[in-house]
Design a protein. Structure first.
Length: 433
């Protein structure tokens, strides 16, 4: 008697088939629920007329949402799409938002645009990939959604086809998106908190909604879902190569102990002078300041500041920090003297209005070594803004220093001048590369 004809084996096979059938039916049910277009708001067939004031408001909101950063390819036409957004599941290419009728929003109505913003579904009901941050945009008001729509329809149409995403199976299926949405997404609207000031509520609306700060500053799990909904407690930006620090923790990027003007200055100019070499943004946040927050009015910046400064303090759990060896620190000192001391100073003190201090710099002493290593490899560049039009920058050392040398100088600055962060290994550097 063959094994395959054994009653036990046949029974197990039937159980496995039944389980697979139940799973398939469950996925089909989820997909049907998520794709239930009839349950969504109706979509008008023609675009609505817009006033000049509405278009102007929409242009401002597009800046607030930093829409051009994703929807403009390098060297391409504004908002014509094609920019690749890297994810752990493969690249996602941003769509064409110009009013081109074939490839853009030309045939979209304001209702259809609202459906995408609020429900994360396309004009035809297709589920959108959450790289388009509808987890946050769902809180945008209908009035602001209509203003954004009016602005985008005022742009010159660009006949640029949308590129298909490069997602791997099964992440490229509507079934996978349906399951993801069941786990992580529920359409919502912004609800002001009566106990808070109007300024705080405006800041919450911007930070939680169009600003989509949680897209970077909230921790995510292996499927890309928010681990701690409602917090900005930081996390590794998957496939981006940077760590978005916690906005709750004083030891990372919390600003409760700053003055309100310092926070406004950082969002508007990218730098805060004073206290040694001051503070400057770099990496993805430099792009946010360059393309978005520097253009916001002071009232909105102060509202965002009020919200960020009121975030409940959540300190990062302390872990024993590994110490660098004497040999690694000696090599790090050697590299520092050769490449870093002229700008950052013999004591890591930096230079006022030019180079940030490294001594006591929390960007250097983060528990995660990713950002200091990334800055050494890729360079550190503050954004050029109206308030800081010619920022100083640091050149990249990716091709000049070995992994061992980068690890040594990173360990040296993280463990000198009173800094108490962990050592970095050559393997750590290789992973960041």
């Amino acid at each position: 008697m063959s094994v395959s004809s054994s009653p036990v084996v046949r029974r197990l096979l039937w159980v496995a088939l039944a389980a697979a059938l139940v799973l398939c039916l469950a996925v089909v049910a989820l997909l049907a629920r998520q794709l239930n277009v009839a349950a969504l708001p109706p979509v008008a067939s023609t675009p609505a007329a817009a006033s000049a004031e509405q278009v102007q408001r929409g242009a401002y909101l597009a800046r607030a949402g930093n829409c051009a950063a994703c929807h403009t390819a390098r060297g391409g036409e504004p908002y014509a799409g094609g920019h690749a957004i890297q994810t752990p599941f493969g690249p996602v290419f941003a769509g064409n938002l110009t009013p081109d009728p074939e490839h853009g929003l030309g045939r979209w109505s304001a209702d259809a645009f609202w459906r995408a913003m609020h429900h994360g579904q396309s004009r035809d009901g297709r589920l959108l990939n959450p790289v388009f941050p509808y987890e946050s945009f769902t809180r945008v008001s209908r009035e602001d959604s209509d203003a954004l729509y009016a602005f985008l329809h005022s742009l010159p149409p660009v006949a640029q086809p949308n590129r298909p995403h490069g997602l791997r199976f099964p992440y490229n299926t509507q079934a996978a998106l349906a399951v993801w949405r069941e786990l992580y997404f529920e359409p919502a609207s912004f609800q002001p908190e009566p106990a808070r000031s109007a300024e705080w509520n405006q800041g919450a609306y911007l930070v939680r909604g169009l600003g989509h700060c949680a897209a970077c500053h909230a921790p995510r799990d292996a499927l890309g879902g928010l681990q701690q909904a409602g917090t900005l407690s930081g996390g590794l930006m998957a496939a981006q190569g940077w760590y978005a620090p916690s906005l709750h923790a004083r030891s990372e990027a919390g600003v409760a102990h700053w003055s309100a003007q310092q926070v406004v200055d950082l969002l508007k100019t990218g730098v805060v002078h004073g206290g040694g070499g001051g503070v400057s943004v770099m990496g993805p946040m430099a792009e946010v300041v360059f393309q978005s927050t520097q253009y916001l009015n002071d009232a909105d910046l102060r509202a965002m500041t009020a919200y960020l400064q009121a975030l409940p303090p959540i300190e990062v759990a302390a872990t024993p920090e590994p110490r660098a060896t004497a040999a690694q620190l000696a090599l790090g000192d050697q590299v520092y003297q050769q490449h870093c001391v002229d700008c950052h100073g013999a004591s890591g003190q930096g230079a006022p209005t030019a180079y940030p201090a490294l001594a006591g710099n929390r960007a250097v002493t983060l528990a995660s070594h990713v950002n200091p290593v990334q800055a050494i490899l890729s360079g550190g560049f503050a954004p050029a803004t109206a308030g800081n039009p010619q920022p100083y920058g640091m050149p990249p050392y990716r091709t000049l220093l070995t992994d061992t040398e980068v690890a040594a100088v990173a360990s040296f600055i993280r463990q000198s001048w009173g800094n108490q962060a962990g050592a970095v290994t050559a393997l750590d550097v290789q992973r960041v590369r």
